[in-house]
Design a protein around this ligand. Structure first.
Ligand code: ATP
Length: 358
């Protein structure tokens, strides 16, 4: 529905020119919760601003429903934006804030009051309709900002780190709330965040960005289980990286030799080489501790870190001192009996690792 085709954005000119986006192409589907995820400065906000029309692209084009948006000013686009700063009017009530945008669009009074009630119900704020927005909490202000942005019923809602000002618990709550709002309204959401957990829990699909480029697009599960390259594997979740020798590949199953001399199987995409030295990415929860001498790797336990829900075991691998982290879920009152300095083995589940593209 939103087709972003070879979009480039260069700020400045001459020696000071900076390429914030470099031939970015992605199609965002109708009714999708789509997230742009990446570290600070990777170009997420710039892409959002181009869709909104606050900036024009240096090259490429953006189509909405097949129609080229270039030349259409922001207010003519069926797109609305929610910013990190809610930008509510403090001297107006909650209801007046929600109705403000549609009033400006010249909608009839009867329609405005109906829409405002509906939107307040949607974000569960009906009981505070007459309260000044300076007298409600940050989380409530966020709901009002959402209601205001949804009121004109845009085809697309752009959300630029809208939850980053909220505390941890409220952010978790609002993540579920946003997901619910998106599926109830059927509006396409394009959500920007640098928080990988936020992206995984809320999105239908995620585009991982760095340095003005999209590195990988996929469902949260595809991105987490099958990261295509080291940047993605490293940015999303915790990952162990091991050098390994590729012995052969059949379809998506690869056979490799680790530095320990042991052979393992791992997943590999068709794009990966079938010989030579490669990098293997292994998630901490896909490996198991074993008695010394068992498993495919050996080492010494350096740290045991208790996190409540799980425990992380840091192992210094034999022959080079590379670190390997394992994560095990805790059971009530269970003590696995390991201590720092213990000699251990590491077992990998079959196809636990993913061979990364260079
Ligand atoms: P953050 O998470 O910190 O907001 P981001 O991924 O949204 O980061 P952008 O705001 O899109 O990043 O910025 C991408 C790059 O483009 C940054 O290096 C930024 O400094 C640069 N940039 C953005 N706007 C301008 C501008 N108007 N003029 C010059 N450079 C800009």
């Amino acid at each position: 529905m939103i087709e972003i085709q070879d979009v480039t954005k260069v700020f400045g000119s001459g020696e000071g020119a900076f390429r914030a986006l470099d031939e970015v192409s992605v199609t965002i589907r109708e009714n999708e919760f789509f997230t742009l995820l990446g570290p600070s400065g990777c170009g997420k906000t710039t892409l959002l601003r181009l869709i909104a029309g606050f900036e024009g692209p240096t090259g490429g084009q953006i189509l909405l429903g097949g129609e080229d948006l270039s030349g259409q000013p922001p207010y003519r686009r069926p797109v609305n934006t929610v910013f990190q700063s809610y930008a509510l009017f403090p001297h107006m009530t909650v209801a007046e804030n929600v109705g403000f945008g549609i009033k400006m669009l010249g909608r009839p009074k009867s329609e405005i009051s109906g829409t405002v009630s509906e939107m307040l119900e949607l974000v569960r704020m009906s009981h505070l309709a007459d309260r000044q927005t300076s007298q409600i909490s940050g989380g409530q202000q966020q709901r009002v900002a959402l209601a205001r942005a949804l009121a004109p019923r845009p085809k697309v809602l752009l959300l630029d780190e809208p939850l980053s000002a909220l505390d941890f618990k409220l952010r978790k709550e609002m993540q579920l709330e946003l997901k619910r709002l998106q599926s109830e309204t059927g509006i396409t959401f394009v959500f920007v965040t640098h928080d990988q957990e936020e992206a995984l829990t809320m999105s239908d699909r995620v585009a991982v960005m760095s340095d003005g480029e999209i590195r990988q697009i996929g469902t949260p599960r595809e991105i987490y289980d099958h990261p295509a390259e080291r940047f993605v594997a490293d940015f999303i979740g915790d990952t162990n990286f091991l050098k390994a020798e590729m012995l052969g590949r059949e379809g998506e199953s690869a056979r490799l030799r680790l530095a320990s001399g042991q052979e393992v199987h791992a997943r590999a995409s068709e794009a990966t080489a079938s010989s030579g030295t490669v990098t293997l990415a292994i998630r901490p929860e896909h490996a198991d501790l074993a008695p010394e001498g068992e498993g495919v790797l050996g080492g010494t336990l350096e740290d045991i870190v208790y996190f409540g829900t799980d425990t992380h075991y840091h192992v210094a691998l034999d022959g080079g001192g590379e670190r390997f982290v394992l994560r095990k879920q805790n059971q009530p009152d269970e003590d696995r009996g390991y201590q720092r300095g213990d000699r251990v083995g590491i077992r990998l589940g079959r196809s636990a690792g993913q061979v990364l593209r260079d």
